[in-house]
Design a binder for this molecule. Structure first.
Ligand SMILES: [Fe+2]
Ligand SMILES: [Fe+2]
Length: 346
């Protein structure tokens, strides 16, 4: 397979060759040094400092020339969260941080491309559009810019049509294969919530409303310090207290947006509430928790359990569903029962 390697540092070219050759055919291009003759097959790999405006502008030009290459792999250091955001905003289909990950990602892409040639589905445009929208929403908020509700609505509609066409199972596998961290979580929750709404035959307007609430549910995390948000292990009590502010932060960010519905605001603020009053931030009890929030909470917990993390394999859907069943008293039993077909079927 061809690997078009684009970088801003000459020393990275022999380094990547040492890792990938002879298994892959590496075609290097140094940013700002003319145009490489590039064909449309293979994969584009970008390893450049995305914090500097000059390489970012040059990468945009390369990506414009190469819009036909479907796989765009960006190499970034995983702790630099804003570089991950920038990579997806530029059109990355996947982000990797270590040489070992590069090899396994290329192998996955090769398998997916072979499957595509034989007619199987690969990462869809709905997925890359949805991920790019999450990235731009998060970076807008981090930079103090206003969020556009229409972007979130469009991303939700794309996700709904992706799941209607290919089913939830394909969506979950693709999201876990191609995305990480907060983006992966938001894409998974939205997919699961939409799958849930479709399975219980919600009207289209209600599918959209729940999907939009899911898209925006953790938007307050854009204001949580990255050291806490991306911490690989357990949070200490002080960090946990800061993390638990995200529903109120999200609500405050969204409440004045023109056109936002009260149901969506309710979902953003209350998706960590439980029927027995043990949740946060308002310790609501059953009569105060709406149906939309109940569905969103189930989708959120399930999605968090089946997430793929660099340091542990994802939990199976069966085991995650068993955990939901054990949360009797906190989650509505009849809804957890209705969720079974979403949790366990493709
Ligand atoms: Fe949350
Ligand atoms: Fe969440």
């Amino acid at each position: 397979m061809l690997v078009h390697f684009v970088t801003d540092e000459p020393a990275k070219i022999p380094a990547i060759r040492a890792i990938l050759e002879p298994q892959y055919d590496v075609r290097p291009q140094l940013l700002g040094h003319g145009n490489a003759a590039i064909s449309t097959d293979g994969v584009l790999m970008v390893d450049a400092d995305l914090r500097k405006p000059a390489p970012v502008e040059q990468i945009k030009r390369v990506l414009h020339d190469l819009h036909c290459v479907s796989e765009k792999l960006f190499v970034v250091q995983s702790h630099l969260h804003h570089m991950v955001t920038q990579a997806f905003a530029l059109g990355a289909t996947a982000v990797v941080s270590r040489p070992r990950e590069i090899i396994s990602k290329l192998e996955q892409i090769e398998i997916a491309q072979k499957a595509a040639q034989t007619g199987f589905a690969v990462a869809s445009s709905e997925l890359s559009d949805g991920a790019a929208t999450f990235a731009s929403m998060f970076s807008a908020i981090r930079e103090g810019k206003p969020l556009k509700l229409s972007d979130a609505e469009n991303a939700t509609s794309e996700i709904i049509s992706g799941i209607e066409q290919n089913g939830l199972g394909v969506w979950l596998d693709d999201v876990r294969r191609y995305h990480q961290g907060t983006f992966q979580h938001c894409l998974l929750v939205t997919g699961v919530a939409v799958g849930f709404a479709l399975s219980i035959k919600f009207a289209p307007a209600d599918v959209k409303r729940l999907g939009l609430a899911a898209t925006l549910h953790d938007i307050g995390k854009a204001r949580i310090p990255l050291g806490i948000l991306d911490k690989p292990g357990r949070l200490d009590p002080g960090e946990e207290e800061i993390m638990q502010r995200h529903p109120v932060i999200g609500y405050e960010l969204l409440k004045a947006l023109p056109g936002i519905s009260p149901e969506v605001l309710d979902g953003v603020r209350h998706h960590h509430e439980f029927l027995d009053g043990s949740g946060y931030p308002d310790a609501l009890t059953a009569p105060e928790i709406s149906d939309l929030v109940r569905l969103l909470t189930i989708s959120d917990i399930f999605a968090a359990l089946i997430e793929s993390r660099p340091y542990r394999p994802p939990m199976s859907r069966e085991d995650a569903y068993k955990i939901l069943c054990g949360m009797d008293g906190k989650l509505e039993r009849s809804l957890v029962k209705a969720f079974q077909s979403v949790a366990l079927k493709a």
